[in-house]
Ligand binder design. Structure first.
Ligand SMILES: *Cc1c(COP(=O)(O)O)cnc(C)c1O
Length: 486
């Protein structure tokens, strides 16, 4: 073989073959998206089923793409829980919208790695453009600079690291351990905050004791009086408060912390305010919900996840920061081989990771394809569907609602009228209802625990979900209660 022949033999899949399989895959995806409802929403496999159906070692010989796809259909498809199914109402319901899927397809082919401006001027500048669009849509001032990370967990980690950078002199060079000049540091969030905040605090070297969870009120919102008292108590005992994380749309109940009051306190105390609005932040696009971010203009940073309720294929988390210079101070580290003469922003300077995918492309295509009006109409529809569901719960004497439903998530449980039951009995009953509903394959819901009470949780947010699916979810819940009561 000549080296020229070797170059051809050892190259990528030939273009004609790519075209053939590519067309077939597009057809596969289109059929899947048209008929996603036909598949059971929750995977019906046991742990290990997929693992044991696949060989332990990679094949020595090349395989035909048809054979690979056949195994994908036969072995992997049954092990999928369908997040893009209209009956997916667990956790937070999300959508990989068609324009987002197409954008990711192209982004993979382009393989843009925007660590430096010159390694992808378009990905670097499109990110600034779409983050500006999103910022205006949710009503944040222009003083917030945006950067895209993979998840809210990572966005919040950067916020906590920036707060530490701002509060502790020379933390970048000297670290925290063994320093007599640095007291114990404290971050505050409510007892309803997402676990990612605690993980961020652990990773920032503050330890779990470095996070103080403030009690929430009857509607699961952080109690500002308790926050004020906790900060005062910590200062009196020699600790150094550095940051508060307020949540807009908590993970269990979607409650909204009083951001404006917390911002007042943070200003008075000189603390970094981070707003975690991973799920609900996009609702601020609706004039009737814009108040949820009141006071967030005075936050230091905010995260919102387009991969949650903005129809973006996983993953894309939007991090906005009013003090991105502090993030850069914490994370910018330029080795010799990455210095450039370009007078431009380099995305590698605003975070821990060097390489990054071309995520902005999907958000750009989605915002253009649906338009702001289209996005707002869809969010309103989801909220309306959830409010109807809440209404059915409220009207049924055998059920009770366990939290307000400000957005598209409803927390409730069965509590049959006529007979008193203990909390354990109610937990067992509702767990059994959950199992029956999820065994249906039509609807997938999840649960949480609120003040010790086992709670069923229905989340609406998929673009294919309609009134029919929400009615069916309620019907299945009712039927499950009847079956359990029989
Ligand atoms: C979902 C969620 C997160 C975590 O999101 P990831 O992007 O998966 O890290 C964090 N905070 C809140 C409030 C959430 O709802």
């Amino acid at each position: 073989m000549t080296t020229e022949e070797a170059g051809r033999a050892f190259g990528d899949m030939p273009a004609d073959e790519f075209r053939k399989h590519g067309h077939a895959m597009v057809e596969w995806i289109a059929r899947f998206m048209e008929h996603s409802e036909r598949l059971p929403v929750l995977a019906r496999v046991a742990p290990g089923d997929i693992l044991h159906a696949l060989p332990e070692s990679a094949p020595e010989a090349a395989e035909a793409f048809e054979a690979i796809i056949a195994d994908f259909d036969r072995i992997l498809m049954p092990g999928m829980t369908h997040w893009n199914h209209p009956g997916f109402m667990a956790y937070f319901s999300i959508t990989a919208s068609a324009p987002g899927v197409l954008a990711d397809f192209v982004a993979s082919a382009l393989n843009q790695q925007a660590m430096l401006w010159r390694t992808s001027p378009s990905a670097t500048e499109l990110e600034a453009v779409v983050m500006g669009w999103l910022r205006r849509l949710i009503g944040l001032p222009d003083a917030f600079e945006g950067v895209i990370y993979d998840t809210a967990s990572i966005s919040s980690l950067h916020a906590i690291a920036a707060a530490r950078e701002a509060a502790v002199p020379q933390v970048r060079t000297r670290g925290l351990a063994g320093r007599a000049d640095v007291p114990r540091l404290r971050v505050y969030c409510s007892d309803q905050a997402h676990s990612s905040i605690e993980k961020g605090v652990i990773l920032a070297g503050l330890g779990q004791e470095g996070l103080r969870k403030i009690p929430s009120d009857a509607e699961y919102r952080m109690r500002t009086d308790a926050l004020r008292a906790a900060i005062a108590e910590d200062r009196a005992s020699g600790m150094r408060p550095i940051a508060v994380v307020a949540t807009v749309g908590t993970t269990s109940t979607t409650s909204v912390d009083p951001v404006a009051a917390i911002a007042d306190l943070c200003e008075a105390e000189g603390l970094w305010l981070h707003v975690d609005s991973a799920y609900a932040g996009v609702a601020a696009m609706l004039p009737e919900h814009a108040h949820i971010l009141a006071g967030a203009d005075r936050a230091d940073s905010l995260v919102v996840n387009p991969h949650k309720w903005l129809f973006t294929p996983f993953d894309l988390s939007a991090f906005f920061c009013r003090r991105m210079d502090v993030v850069r101070q914490a994370f910018s580290l330029v080795p010799d081989y990455l210095t450039t003469p370009d007078a431009a922003r380099n995305l590698m300077d605003t975070g821990i990771q060097l390489g990054r995918r071309f995520r902005s492309l999907k958000l750009w295509m989605i915002l253009r394809y649906f338009g702001a009006e289209g996005v707002r109409a869809r969010l309103r529809y989801h909220i309306d569907l959830a409010q109807r569901f809440a209404g059915w719960v409220d009207a049924d004497p055998d059920f009770e609602r366990l939290a307000p439903a400000p957005f598209s998530v409803v927390c409730f449980r069965a509590r049959p009228a006529g007979r008193e039951r203990t909390e354990e009995e109610l937990a067992r009953l509702n767990e059994a209802i959950l199992k029956r509903v999820n065994d249906s394959g039509e609807i997938f819901i999840s649960h949480t625990v609120l003040r010790g009470r086992f709670t069923l949780r229905v989340a609406i947010g998929n673009l294919q979900t309609t009134d029919r699916h929400v009615r069916r979810a309620w019907e299945l819940v009712r039927e499950a209660l009847e079956a359990e009561s029989a």
